[in-house]
Design a protein around this ligand. Structure first.
Ligand code: AMP
Length: 428
C-alpha cells in the first residue's frame, strides 16, 4: 500500500514524499483511514514506528478540508515531555507545509509571554505538555472550547510522570463532542481506565505485540560487576568504533558523573536530565544529533520521546526499576525499520530486574561476552555458583559444627557418600 491509497490531500502527499517516506508504516496504514473516517482510536504502538505521522497526517487532512480560519485551536496534542512536544511540533510543521494550518508548541522551562503572543495571533494546532498548558488556560490566555481533535501521545508515560490530574483538568476545558486519539506503548489497568473515560467506541489499533520491542532491535546483556561497568562501556564503544550512543542511567547524578568519566576516557559525552535548563537540554540534543558528541547520557524522563534518526546504539548502564521503561528505552533505536542494538550492563543486584523485563517481553535476552571482561564475569558466575552450592549443602545436610562429633559424622555420611568411603578406606 502506498500513501496515495490513503486518500490524503495532494499537498500532504507532496510533503510526505519530501520527507523521503516511500510507503506508510504499519501503524500509519491502520490508523490513517480510521481517523479520516472520524473514529476514536486506541493505539498500542511502539515509539519509533511512525506514530507521529499516523495521527498528524489525518488530522492535518481533516483540518485542511474543514472550515479554515477561526481564532482558537481546533487540535490539541498532549505529550509528556518538552522534547517530544518539540519533535511533534517539528513534524506538524513539516507535514503541513503549504497548507493553511497554523501550529505552535507550548512547554514550561521557557518564557510564557512569547507563547501568549503566539496564541493571540490565532492557531489551528497546539502541541504541548500538560503543566504549561494548564497555566495558560488558568491565565485565560488559551481557550480550548473549539477543540475538535484531541491526541494523547505516550499516555502511559504521562501517567508515570504524574500528569493524570493535569490531563483530567485540561480535558474539562475541551468539548465533549470531539475525536480522540490515544497512543500508548504499554497498557496498565490505569491506562485502560483513563482510555475508557476519554474515548468513544474507539477502534483498537495494534501493530507490534504489546510490551515487546520493535523487532529490528538486536538486544543483549553483559553480566558485569558494578565497579567494572564504566570500563566495559568504554571498551564496547572503542572496540566497536561506535559513534552515536544513548546511555541510560537511573539517576541525574549518575548521568552527570558518567558523562564526566567518559570524557576522561577520551569519549565525548554529555548528560541530559530534568535538572538542566531547557536551553542546555536542547543544546545537548543538538550536539548529539549533529555527531559533535559521541555519547548522550540520559535519565528515563529526559530521554522520553527523543527522536534521533537511525540511532544505532542504546546502552542500559543501569536497568530501569520499571520493566516498561526498558521497552521505551530500547525504542530509541531500530526506529522506523532501521536496525539498532540495545545492550544492558547487568550487575548482580539487577538480575531480578532483568528477569522482570524478560517476563514482560515474553522473550529471553541473550547473554553476551566481552573480551577481557569474561574474567570478571566468570568470577561472578563462579561466586554465584559457589554461593548456591554452599546454600544447598547447608540445607541438604543435617550436620552442624555445634553437634557432637558422632552425630556430625553420621549426618556427613548421609550427605556425602564419598566422605563415608574415605573414612572406611582409612580404617582398612
Ligand atoms: P515516530 O514513531 O513518530 O517517532 O517516528 C519515528 C521516525 O520514523 C521519525 O524519524 C520519522 O521521520 C520516521 N518515519 C515516519 N513515518 C515514516 C515512513 N512512512 N517511512 C519512513 N520513515 C518514517
Amino acid at each position: 500500500m502506498s500513501f496515495e491509497n490513503l486518500s490524503l490531500n495532494p499537498q500532504i502527499l507532496t510533503n510526505v514524499k519530501f520527507q523521503g517516506y516511500v510507503e506508510p508504516t504499519p501503524i500509519q496504514k491502520k490508523a490513517i483511514p480510521v481517523v479520516l473516517r472520524g473514529r476514536d482510536i486506541l493505539a498500542g504502538s511502539q515509539t519509533g514506528t511512525g506514530k507521529t505521522a499516523a495521527f498528524t497526517l489525518p488530522i492535518l487532512n481533516l483540518l485542511a478540508e474543514g472550515k479554515p480560519g477561526g481564532h482558537h485551536p481546533k487540535a490539541l496534542i498532549l505529550t509528556p515531555t518538552r522534547e517530544l512536544a518539540a519533535q511533534v511540533a517539528e513534524s506538524v510543521e513539516k507535514y503541513s507545509e503549504g497548507l493553511a494550518v497554523r501550529s505552535t508548541v507550548i512547554f514550561g522551562g521557557v518564557g510564557i509571554n512569547p507563547q501568549i503572543q503566539r496564541i493571540k495571533k490565532g492557531l489551528d494546532v497546539i502541541i504541548g505538555t500538560p503543566g504549561r498548558l494548564l497555566d495558560l488556560i488558568y491565565q485565560k490566555a488559551l481557550d480550548l472550547s473549539k477543540i475538535q481533535y484531541l491526541v494523547l501521545d505516550e499516555a502511559d508515560r504521562m501517567l508515570d510522570m504524574g500528569f493524570i490530574h493535569d490531563i483530567r483538568k485540561i480535558i474539562n476545558f475541551v468539548p465533549k463532542k470531539r475525536q480522540t486519539l490515544f497512543f500508548s506503548a504499554t497498557y496498565s489497568s490505569e491506562i485502560k481506565s483513563l482510555a475508557d473515560t476519554l474515548l468513544n467506541k474507539p477502534e483498537m489499533i495494534e501493530v507490534a505485540r504489546q510490551n515487546t520491542a520493535a523487532e529490528t532491535v538486536d538486544q543483549g546483556f553483559y553480566r558485569v560487576g558494578k565497579g567494572r561497568k564504566r570500563a566495559l562501556l568504554t571498551y564496547l564503544i572503542k572496540s566497536g568504533d561506535w559513534h552515536q550512543i544513548l546511555v541510560f542511567t537511573k539517576t541525574k547524578h549518575g548521568a552527570n558523573r558518567l558523562a564526566v568519566q567518559l570524557d576522561k576516557d577520551g569519549i565525548t559525552a554529555t548528560a541530559i536530565h530534568g535538572n538542566k535548563s531547557q536551553g542546555a537540554r536542547t543544546r545537548a540534543l543538538a550536539g548529539f544529533k549533529e555527531n559533535k558528541v559521541r555519547v548522550l547520557v540520559a535519565t528515563d524522563i529526559a530521554a522520553r520521546g527523543l527522536d534521533i534518526d537511525r540511532l544505532p546504539h542504546v546502552v542500559n548502564y543501569e536497568l530501569p526499576l520499571v520493566a516498561e521503561d526498558y521497552v521505551h528505552r530500547i525504542g530509541r533505536t531500530g526506529r522506523a525499520g532501521c536496525e539498532g542494538e540495545a545492550l544492558s550492563l547487568v550487575a548482580e543486584d539487577e538480575v531480578k530486574l532483568l528477569q522482570n523485563i524478560e517476563k514482560l517481553m515474553k522473550r529471553k535476552i541473550p547473554l553476551k561476552h566481552a573480551k577481557g571482561f569474561s574474567e570478571s564475569e566468570k568470577a561472578l558466575e563462579h561466586n554465584a555458583k559457589a554461593k548456591s552450592s554452599i546454600k544447598k549443602k547447608q540445607e541438604g545436610s543435617q550436620y552442624s559444627g555445634d553437634q557432637p562429633k558422632a552425630k556430625r559424622n553420621s549426618a556427613k555420611k548421609k550427605a556425602y557418600p564419598w566422605w563415608k568411603k574415605r573414612k572406611q578406606g582409612k580404617k582398612t
